[in-house]
Design a protein around this ligand. Structure first.
Ligand SMILES: Nc1ncnc2c1ncn2[C@@H]1O[C@H](COP(=O)(O)OP(=O)(O)OP(=O)(O)O)[C@@H](O)[C@H]1O
Ligand SMILES: [Mg+2]
Length: 308
């Protein structure tokens, strides 16, 4: 497991990461969300042993990034936000080179290269030159390179940037597969909805502080404790609002853009009662639907958009 304990980084007068702590277990896919300058790359680089923490530490399967960085490096695959690939090298040579760096025994290398090529859907490009690959393929090759030594933890810093929608979908599927293989995956992004559907845990960082950590559904619940229904009443919506607010299941009702926004606590019967009441009282109900918090709203509510 990965334990991040009070991790902190100061750059001169600026504190980029302000003592953050969290734990992740094998199979966890952690979406690390924050705006530009929030501290994602700094945190990831500290866990990757490439940047020394000012204080605090991270421990991966018992190995401490400060005391035993070499042991940590053998267990991680790090895909930086900007990476260069070597020119005039074929795809398989590139992977063979990294397998050699990680001291994968010569005999095992061909089999491992085959399987990472297959996993990243690059088998047909085995003999291609690295510079001839498209951006999305290069991204996948970089990920393949991170896998040759079968790491326990993958650190992927904005792996989806610059990819088209299809390539993004493929990348998500690949990351989900890594989770099923029992790896811990940390994947950073600016965009919460982009990660929400395939991460089991998300963390929202702003100005070096972890504002929220946990399953997406829990974070949404914390931000919006009640369910919300939207009702479109054609005539006299204010009167309808006053009527609804009498109900014990209605915590609050507001008019937003001509629609009723009903904050609701209750069961399915109470939910049906709302519709029945509106119809019984003669309101012309054109639409009634659940309006759950948009993930982008959650992100915007949590963060103030302030940067360092
Ligand atoms: N080497 C450095 N020296 C000084 N300040 C730095 C250094 N690296 C990062 N910073 C500052 O630390 C803060 C966090 O930067 P970081 O790169 O970790 O953010 P990020 O969340 O990865 O942002 P982005 O989404 O733009 O990649 C920023 O204010 C940045 O300017
Ligand atoms: Mg970054």
């Amino acid at each position: 497991m990965l334990e991040v304990k009070g991790l902190r980084k100061e750059y001169g007068g600026l504190t980029a990461v302000k003592g953050i702590s969290f734990n992740l277990n094998p199979g966890d896919i952690f979406g690390f969300i924050g705006s530009n300058g929030a501290g994602k790359t700094t945190t990831i680089r500290m866990i990757a042993t490439l940047l020394e923490p000012t204080s605090g530490t991270a421990v991966l399967n018992g190995a401490d990034v400060r005391k035993d960085p070499m042991a940590v490096r053998r267990m991680i695959g790090y895909m930086p936000d900007f990476f260069g690939l070597y020119d005039d090298v074929k795809v398989w040579e590139y992977l063979d080179f990294f397998a050699a760096i990680y001291q994968v025994p010569v005999k095992e290398r061909p089999g491992i290269i085959d399987s990472v090529l297959e996993l990243t859907n690059l088998t047909v490009k085995r003999q291609a030159f690295v510079q001839s690959l498209s951006r999305g393929m290069q991204q996948r090759l970089c990920l393949a390179r991170c896998l040759v030594h079968d790491p326990a933890l993958l650190l992927l810093d904005e792996p989806a940037s610059g990819l088209d929608p299809r390539a993004r979908a493929e990348l998500k599927e690949l990351i989900a597969e890594l989770g099923r293989m029992g790896k811990i995956v940390i994947v950073s992004s600016h965009i919460l909805p982009e990660l929400a559907d395939f991460c089991n845990t998300v963390g929202i960082i702003e100005r070096g502080e972890l504002l929220a950590f946990g399953p997406v559904s829990q974070i949404v619940k914390d931000i919006q404790p009640h369910r919300v229904f939207a009702a479109h009443v054609l005539k006299d919506p204010e009167v309808a609002m006053q009527t609804l607010i009498q109900l014990p299941s209605v915590v609050d009702a507001k008019l937003v853009d001509g629609e009723l926004r009903i904050e609701f606590v209750g069961d399915i019967e109470a939910q049906a009662d709302i519709v029945a009441l509106l119809v019984d009282k003669g309101f012309r109900l054109a639409a009634f639907r659940e309006d759950s918090a948009d993930l982008e709203d959650v992100f915007l509510k949590l963060t103030t958009g302030a940067v360092n």
